[in-house]
Design a protein around this ligand. Structure first.
Ligand code: KG4
Ligand code: ZN
Length: 350
């Protein structure tokens, strides 16, 4: 089974060909970071236009790299939400057109489902598992019980973890993206110097909050006046420590709930760009071991936004016959677990 995956929900235009033996036959990603940098953030209209300009060529290149023709495809999978709607429409319309022209099944993929299943592309992970999804747009804990079967245990009530890294890096005068910059600066810093808050730590439930932490860093920056490199390093290290503590606390609670529901569950999976963070990985490895579980972290290129995970979700869905009609409407908001309790102030992508 060979599936073409298309990803256009944020600022990466991506295409990939993946088969049901878990092989990525080819993949191409075009980042728009340079287009958006002058504006200090992603401009949805610019993103949509750039997807439209590049997607066709990117798909052609990916097919060529794999030596595949459209006739070889068993289905076309495109991210159909949640995300910036202009870009999502570009990907969905392209996917539908290819499906119609080649009389192939169309698969409308939830971007979060792509992240949720990515570990099964890189590793031999059986359902059920607990997933910590931490990226620039999302911060959620989910029990993944099967394809299309997700139980959300927690989400952020304000910012996503990656967003907190990016905003804090900006406050500290470090570059974008903030996560890697903070991690680099933190290497020489003292993580115990600033007692930044651990929002929601020890509180019931598994929700996240990072707004208060960001405010605390801003206040520390304002109080400090001139920022020396050593001070920036200490602040970065203290911030990173606080985020890792919060994520570990919330994940620890979720692990207890997971084990209660699935005593035979074997894995904690971490996905999303923030999963690149070494301190976080160390904390999660220890936490998983405490609960008798293995930590599974897909390689970074599968953690950040990519089309291979979308194609793979297509493989998983097509195997179960879960195809979609060409009348499927792109969805700017699309929770993985529609039954999850509403969270006041939750971000758009939650
Ligand atoms: O998954 P991703 O590539 O894009 C989406 O948001 O969907 O995640 C990007 C986020 C950014 O906020 C970036 O700062 C963060 O992941 N990130 C990191 C690290 N590398 C990337 N955060 C902490 N430590 C890192 N090493
Ligand atoms: Zn993503």
């Amino acid at each position: 089974m060979l599936i073409l995956g298309i990803e256009t929900s944020c600022d990466e235009t991506a295409a990939a060909l993946v088969d049901d033996t878990r092989t990525i036959r080819a993949e191409s990603v075009l980042s728009q970071t340079e287009l958006h940098t002058p504006f200090g953030g992603i401009v949805p209209e610019i993103a949509a236009r750039a997807h439209l300009e590049h997607l066709d060529g990117l798909i052609a290149r990916t097919m060529q790299q794999a030596g595949a023709s459209f006739a070889d495809l068993d289905g076309i999978a495109a991210t159909a939400g949640p995300g910036l709607i202009g870009g999502v429409i570009v990907g969905v319309m392209t996917g539908k057109a290819l499906a119609l022209a080649g009389s192939k099944p169309f698969l409308a993929i939830n971007h979060l489902e792509g992240h949720a299943l990515s570990a099964r592309l890189s590793h031999d992970v059986a359902f059920p598992y607990l997933l910590l999804l931490v990226s620039g747009g999302h911060c959620q804990l989910l029990i993944v019980e099967g394809v299309g079967n997700y139980r959300r245990l927690g989400t952020t009530i304000d910012d996503a973890a990656g967003d907190a890294f990016d905003k804090t890096a900006k406050l500290l005068g470090l570059g974008y993206p903030g996560g890697p910059a903070i991690e680099r600066a933190a290497k020489t810093g003292d993580g115990a110097r600033f007692a930044f808050p651990r929002p929601l730590k020890g509180r019931p439930g598994c929700d996240f909050s990072f707004a208060g932490l960001k405010t605390a860093v801003r206040q520390a920056v304002e109080t400090a006046g001139e920022l020396s490199a050593a001070l920036v390093a200490d602040m970065a290290a203290s911030f990173q420590q606080a985020v890792a503590d919060s994520l570990a606390d919330r994940t620890g609670r979720a692990l207890e709930m997971f084990k209660e529901r699935h005593p035979d569950g074997k894995a904690l999976v971490v996905a999303g760009g923030v999963a690149a963070n070494t301190l976080l990985r160390q904390r999660l490895t220890a936490l998983a071991a405490q609960h008798g579980l293995e930590l599974v972290a897909p390689p970074l290129r599968l953690c950040t936004d990519n089309a291979a995970m979308i194609a793979w979700a297509g493989v998983e869905r097509l195997r179960l016959g879960l195809t979609d009609g060409l009348d499927f409407s792109p969805r700017p908001r699309w929770p993985l677990d529609p039954e999850a309790p509403k969270v006041i102030g939750a971000g758009a992508k939650a």
